[in-house]
Design a protein around this ligand. Structure first.
Ligand SMILES: O=c1ccn([C@H]2C[C@H](O)[C@@H](COP(=O)(O)OP(=O)(O)OP(=O)(O)O)O2)c(=O)[nH]1
Ligand SMILES: [Mg+2]
Length: 150
């Protein structure tokens, strides 16, 4: 069974569709570029851009939204989300934006309404910290970064 959550969504009046889950069991709702018809962004190789999505929203307390790349853009064009996964906090009321970067070799044009990333909603576990003198021993210990081999 798929869990679902209803979000308060405030359009910035640019006439773009709501973020949309493309298939019944998709995890991510696609985010569209809220650009003017006559104002596409051309991302040169290695360049990045803050792409507006044309809406703000209110996540319930205890949730976050993650802004993740679309694999098609990454595989075909080398275009990805620079800060992936971007974090949308439950108390954020500004416009949702996507930081796209072009790691491909060709310029990439982002046009109005293009689905540039996807948003996944997830529960949050908020950390608090207790100062200790030692940590418990484990099989891994301090091994990491390839310690188990290739
Ligand atoms: O891809 C992203 C990442 C963040 N945000 C918005 C929502 C988020 O709640 C806020 C802050 O994000 P983050 O904590 O990642 O950025 P920061 O550099 O730590 O800024 P701040 O000091 O405002 O927390 O910016 C986006 O719209 N898209
Ligand atoms: Mg922050």
């Amino acid at each position: 069974m798929t869990l679902s959550i209803s979000l308060q969504w405030l359009s910035h009046g640019l006439g773009l569709p709501l973020p949309k889950v493309q298939t019944a069991l998709s995890a991510g709702a696609d985010l569209c570029a809220a650009l003017p018809e006559d104002g596409p962004i051309v991302l040169a190789p290695q360049a990045r851009a803050l792409v507006p999505c044309g809406f703000a929203m209110a996540l319930p307390a205890g949730y976050e939204a993650q802004v993740r790349p679309r694999s098609g853009l990454a595989a075909r064009h080398g275009v990805t989300v620079l800060n992936s996964p971007g974090t949308i906090d439950a108390d954020y009321r500004g416009e949702v934006k996507v930081i796209l970067v072009n790691l491909g070799q060709e310029p990439f044009t982002i046009t109005r309404g293009e689905r540039v990333a996807q948003m996944v909603v997830a529960p949050v576990v908020q950390p608090s910290f207790t100062v200790v003198e030692t940590l418990d021993e484990t099989e891994r210990g301090a091994g990491g970064f390839g310690s188990t081999g290739r």
